[in-house]
Design a protein around this ligand. Structure first.
Ligand code: NDP
Length: 433
């Protein structure tokens, strides 16, 4: 905190991990003696660069680009790119730090990284987005590579942006390699990658519920966000017989008391991915309630899936959810719950899954995309989905194994210990680097 006082999200992420890891570290002091903790909180490398581009009016604009290469202990750096005005070094360090543990949990050989820019794609034309992406990649290309660092999407970076960046990388590096994941199907993408984070989150929640002989069938599920993760979480919940009662964006919450219908879900996909509209338009179109400026956590629900952004669920929201009888919170977003909210969920003994466990399906399927690219073949949707499901079950199993606490499972502790051990052991083996 003394070194980087202006990085509160990063401090929050480190505190969450170290609080639950500490008793384990005291019981295994060789990790402390080898300085693993001091090393793991410092990025191996952080790159900051200028991204100049020209808007549709011919005006020169300048954004700030970043890539944080946090840890390569168990594989090439891997983690998404975020384009959002709130992006800064602290936010990306928090995301890269979480990514290290998450990637380790998937059991695939991937290190951790994260990047992006303070660019806002909202309201920009396709031409502007393309010119921005090309300029961004014109610098980034020298720092990434199929065996070095393989970025993917995140907030504000979907199929369109990945395509533009891939095109520019190929042009500059003169090679067709797996340098990005989340690619389109015509040029090396994997089936189920768009669905993977949302589906994976629901698969993880399903495993937690199963241990209590419960399922999604007939449950009211509050979802926040309306982007990539929220869309496919909603689809899977509906497939499993759950009732999706909300979606949201930064302007407010759509409340669908009777549960989202397949027709409404199709509308959502077109609205967000083709027309790039707002969730209030969907509420107006179907005559559903729109709660302007509100988040979904005051709605009575059985299960909550926060799928928008960090710190979108605070202590008051947690109290409201608990009071309304919510039994399960599985995070699709990264660190959506504040530390206080997490404490309340754990104290109350409800099922609570931290993002690094429950949203790992996205990066896991990115790992599967890399494998398919390396083998130059293509798995079917069924094959990828089956592997994704298996990986989420394994992550759940690892959390249960390390998180058992007085007859309950503390998934925060389980995920942090399971993720840490593999990375720390690899660091010990590789000496002080
Ligand atoms: P998208 O850009 O597709 O969607 C983001 C959604 O969150 C939008 O509905 C957006 O609303 C909302 N949102 C973003 N910022 C805010 C904010 N400050 N306040 C309120 N709402 C906000 O991103 P993704 O769905 O890909 O990512 C969502 C979360 O999931 C992020 O935390 C991301 O890190 C995490 N994640 C994503 C993975 C992936 O594979 N895509 C993998 C693992 C984690 P609006 O349009 O108004 O901004």
């Amino acid at each position: 905190k003394r070194r980087d006082p202006d990085q509160p999200e990063f401090h929050q992420a480190v505190e969450e991990v170290l609080r639950s890891l500490w008793p384990f570290l005291e019981a295994h002091p060789h990790y402390l003696e080898a300085g693993i903790v001091e090393r793991i909180v410092e990025p191996e490398r952080a790159i900051l660069f200028r991204v100049p581009w020209v808007d549709d009016q011919g005006k020169v604009r300048v954004n700030r680009g970043f890539r944080v290469q946090m840890s390569s202990a168990i594989g090439p750096y891997k983690g998404g790119l975020r384009f959002h005005p709130s992006v800064n070094l602290g936010v990306l360090k928090f995301l890269a730090f979480e990514q290290v543990f998450k990637n380790s949990l998937t059991s695939l050989p991937m290190g951790g990284g994260k990047g992006g820019a303070d660019f806002d794609p909202k309201g920009k034309s396709d031409g502007e987005v393309m010119r921005f992406c090309q300029s961004f990649m014109s610098e980034l290309y020298r720092h990434v590579g199929a065996d070095l660092d393989v970025p993917a999407g995140d907030i504000g970076v979907g199929g369109r942006e990945i395509g533009f960046m891939f095109g520019q990388y190929k042009r500059l590096a003169n090679e067709f390699t797996s340098v990005l994941t989340g690619k389109g199907l015509t040029y090396g993408g994997s089936l189920i990658r768009p669905e993977a984070t949302g589906y994976g989150c629901v698969y993880f929640a399903q495993e937690m519920l199963k241990r209590q002989n419960q399922g999604f069938d007939g449950k009211r599920v509050a979802i926040s966000g309306s982007g990539n993760v929220a869309q496919y979480a909603a689809q899977k919940v509906m497939e499993l017989g759950g009732k999706v009662i909300s979606l949201s964006d930064s302007e407010g919450t759509l409340f669908a008391e009777a549960g989202l219908t397949p027709e409404q879900w199709d509308y959502l996909m077109d609205l967000k991915n083709v027309r790039r509209g707002r969730i209030s338009e969907m509420a107006a179109h179907f005559g559903l309630q729109f709660l302007a400026g509100q988040r979904p956590w005051r709605l009575a629900c059985d299960i909550a899936l926060p799928c928008a952004t960090q710190n979108e669920l605070d202590a008051d929201d947690a109290r409201a959810l608990l009071k309304a009888g919510c039994i399960c919170v599985a995070e699709g977003a990264n660190m959506p719950s504040t530390l206080e909210a997490v404490d309340l969920f754990i104290e109350a003994g409800i099922l609570y899954a931290p993002g690094k466990a429950s949203n790992a399906g996205g990066v896991a399927t990115s790992g599967l995309e890399m494998s398919q690219n390396a083998m130059r073949l293509h798995w079917t949707a069924g094959e990828v989905d089956q592997r994704l499901h298996g990986i989420m079950q394994n992550i759940h199993h690892a959390c249960v194994h390390h998180g058992e606490e007085q007859g309950r499972i503390n998934y925060v502790k389980g995920a942090n210990i399971a993720g840490f051990v593999k990375v720390a052991d690899a660091m010990l083996a590789q000496g002080v680097v």
